[in-house]
Design a protein around this ligand. Structure first.
Ligand code: ADP
Ligand code: MG
Length: 434
């Protein structure tokens, strides 16, 4: 395995640090290993700040590793290697050049003559769906079209490796999806003049949709924590149970905290961001846990019994039970509701400690809460409009369910002090920033 003849890029034990303000070094990449071969789309998936762009810049020859070895076709990368092109998140077009001129630019540096330049640029523009916009200026184009120009400019050099740094993240949901689908279609049909792709993303679904192999990056410092092969045939369907399963498992991996993990409970359905949360108040949930913990139940209740004692309808008690199960505070099994160890602990805690336990479970087991917290953490303002998440939820469920799910997250988030929500502006913010 030492010498992979087909390895286009080989990264071995690469570390990279940057000087911090204090003069100390910040270790951003720690012993990263990565191989890219011809014919594959590889995803680099990690949270913001995990060092993905840094690694990409090392591969693009824009940055040297502090230690370790980065090679392209067996040669140490020193400066931009031949046959590697990059698409950036921000489109980085020259505003004073037309679409055609922006695309041709990629070839000028290579010394391709004018006629050939024109021919290849027109072909790339056509391929990427910008036919007719050759003489338009970037300001006349939508964001999606600008990013298509960015792609055309990278494709025109016929690179062996296309590096993409979150290329869809500046686009709206629909535009991003159209562009992803167009690219994958072209790739599958063998019409892209490229041999392999390395794509950086923090979007799990995007990685599962597009990649043959996903490297999950951990943060602080960035390391390859897992490698996941995606063997689903194209075109991939986001609603396919296998797709969901993969998303869920990656999600679980990425939301894992450094705290010891609660043991998995059998029979709990796997979950994703797109799961409906029934609106059950946290007060009712605490009350139910207390009832369950005390006599006559002592941690174990028959559901019909419980329902009649609490004067609840079957579907109400099921929603309550499912919520507790989702939060791993109780487990539903064969018509019984049984407190977990965490649930028993919860029953005997003081108010503040209950909130903390609830918060821990909420962040760990409810992917939507993980997502919202991540977005809030990443944004400099630590705020985010509810619409940002409503749109995402509406990819999976009806408007009413999306609204109910958000309402639930707001009330659980407030109780656990994981987030604050302003009804007026419909904005989430961090309860305790930093
Ligand atoms: P990602 O692309 O995963 O969001 P980056 O690679 O951009 O992460 O950054 C990883 C970390 O390295 C961040 O903490 C960032 O502040 C730091 N960093 C990146 N480039 C530099 C630089 N040139 N100088 C100092 N720190 C840097
Ligand atoms: Mg980045």
């Amino acid at each position: 395995m030492l010498d992979q003849p087909s390895a286009l890029i080989d990264i071995r034990g690469v570390c990279r640090s940057f000087p911090k303000g204090s003069g100390e070094q910040l270790l951003v990449l720690e012993r990263v290993d990565l191989t890219i071969r011809s014919g594959e789309i590889v995803g680099l998936l990690g949270r913001s700040g995990s060092g993905k762009s840094t690694l990409l810049r090392i591969i693009a020859g824009l940055l040297a590793p502090s230690t370790g070895r980065a090679t392209c076709r067996g040669e140490i990368i020193a400066g931009p290697p031949n046959g590697v092109a990059m698409v950036f998140q921000s489109f980085a077009l020259f505003p004073w050049l037309t679409v055609l001129q922006n695309v041709e630019l990629g070839l000028e540096a290579l010394g391709v003559d004018a006629t050939e330049r024109r021919k290849r640029a027109l072909a790339a523009i056509d391929l990427i769906g910008l036919d007719g916009f050759e003489s338009a200026f970037p300001r006349e184009l939508s964001g999606g079209m600008c990013q298509r120009v960015g792609f055309a400019r990278a494709l025109v050099v016929h690179p062996d490796l296309l590096l993409m740094d979150e290329p869809f993240s500046a686009l709206d949901v629909l535009t991003a999806e159209t562009l992803r689908t167009d690219l994958i279609d072209l790739w599958i049909e063998g019409r892209l003049p490229i041999k392999s792709v390395l794509m950086v993303t923090h979007n799990i679904e995007e990685a599962v949709l597009m990649c043959d192999r996903i490297l999950v990056f951990s943060s602080n410092p960035g390391r390859v924590a897992a490698e996941i092969k995606v063997e689903l045939p194209h075109p991939r369907n986001r609603l396919d149970p296998h797709f969901r399963l993969l998303v869920d498992s990656i999600y679980a991996r990425m939301t894992q905290r450094s705290e010891p993990k609660a043991p998995a409970i059998e029979g709990i359905p796997s979950t994703g961001v797109g799961m409906t949360l029934h609106h059950v108040s946290s007060n009712v949930l605490s009350g139910l846990i207390e009832t369950l913990a005390n006599a006559p139940y002592n941690g174990h209740a028959d559901l019909p019994d419980l329902a009649s004692q609490l004067q609840l309808e079957a579907d109400e008690i099921l929603h309550l039970g499912e919520s507790l199960q989702l939060l791993r505070l109780a487990q539903l099994s064969e018509g019984d509701l049984v407190l977990t160890e965490a649930g028993k602990r919860f029953a005997h805690l003081e108010t503040d400690a209950r909130k903390r336990l609830f918060a821990e479970h909420l962040v760990t087991y409810v992917p939507l809460m993980g997502l919202i917290r991540r977005v809030l953490d990443e944004r400099p303002t630590h705020t985010a409009p509810a619409a940002r998440f409503r749109n995402e939820l509406e990819d999976y469920m009806s408007e009413d369910y999306a609204a109910e799910t958000l309402k639930t997250i707001v009330s659980w988030g407030r109780y656990s002090e994981l987030l604050a929500y302003d009804e007026q502006s419909e904005t989430f913010s961090l309860e305790n920033p930093g």
